[in-house]
Design a protein around this ligand. Sequence first.
Ligand SMILES: NC(=O)c1ccc[n+]([C@@H]2O[C@H](COP(=O)([O-])OP(=O)(O)OC[C@H]3O[C@@H](n4cnc5c(N)ncnc54)[C@H](OP(=O)(O)O)[C@@H]3O)[C@@H](O)[C@H]2O)c1
Length: 336
Amino acid sequence: MTQMNKQIIMKTRPVGMPILDNFEIKESPIPEIRHGEVLIKILWLSLDPYMRGRMSSAKSYAASLNEGDVIVGGAVGRVIETKSPDYDKDDIVEGFTLGWQEYAIANPSSIRKVDPSLAPIQTAVGVLGMPGMTAFFGLLHVGKPIPGDTVVVSAASGAVGQLVGQIAKIGGCKVVGIAGGKEKCTFLTDTLNFDAAIDYKNENIDEKLREYCPEGINVYFDNVGGKITDAVINQLANYARVAVCGVISQYNLTEPEPGLRTHRSMLTNQATTEGFLVFQFAQKYHIGMKRMARWIQEGKIKYKEDVVMGLENAPSAFIGLMNGKNFGKLLIKVAE
Ligand SMILES: NC(=O)c1ccc[n+]([C@@H]2O[C@H](COP(=O)([O-])OP(=O)(O)OC[C@H]3O[C@@H](n4cnc5c(N)ncnc54)[C@H](OP(=O)(O)O)[C@@H]3O)[C@@H](O)[C@H]2O)c1
């Protein structure tokens, strides 16, 4: 009997905030794998904000999805059939394009082996995967903190933000996180040991930044853009570095949002702003992963995951991610 594959496709292209009607579940037979390929049973899906960009037709660093395409995204799975000399049955693998489906056929060049003895396998799309590498290299290579610096990070309780703050603490910095809601802020200070947290939904960001960063902000790790970033840019210290990682507050806008003119602050503070994509550090991932794994084993890095059960719940969880409903790295558990 032909084995069927449940997949989630982009039925219609979202305009503004995605809605459930933009997605559809479909079933189709799993094709025979060809020489060199492997068949993977998906165990975990990674839901990430950049995927909103793929659903848009606007020019970006990654190709856009077309209506009817399976949603592309990172996942962890188990090899259940192999015609590749590089992969054995039961190998655990991670791939950036495996997508929202129960089974994926992959070319070995698009996946990597995961060592299950290192940490739970889903960390391969979290702290020991793309978000972890984003935090590690984005902070250390772009933000370039030095001990004693004041580091501010936005979306601070999320997959990337929670790690940025902890790495900055390991490096001897003062860390202020910005997040939505009291629960997230309490987690940052009480569990992750941030020096302070600002609840941007209920507190005055300008006032709180002045209170917590009296000597100005040396490093801003920006995950959100928009009004939060405007407030931070106004309080930079001399020679500040702004690492532009993401602008999630802008991903669902249908019209550009007018913003602050930043150049005066950049000029007078002799500050630097630099956008980065984590892939530019791909050659060095092994260094970042080794270091992060050691920090986890030593108890210096904690990571919070937000696990949603079932492939069919991926669309609603993704919409939640765009609205701040996730608390930590958002994962879908697809199968055991
Ligand atoms: N440059 C790169 O290579 C790279 C790689 C990975 C990720 N990124 C970017 O890094 C950022 C964080 O990604 P992540 O995976 O760690 O996601 P995440 O923080 O786990 O989840 C996104 C969070 O963004 C916050 N948010 C949503 N809408 C917002 C808005 N309008 N204003 C302010 N905050 C808002 C929410 O937290 P609150 O409840 O706190 O609002 C939400 O939980 C994203 O912008 C992503 O695109 C970039």
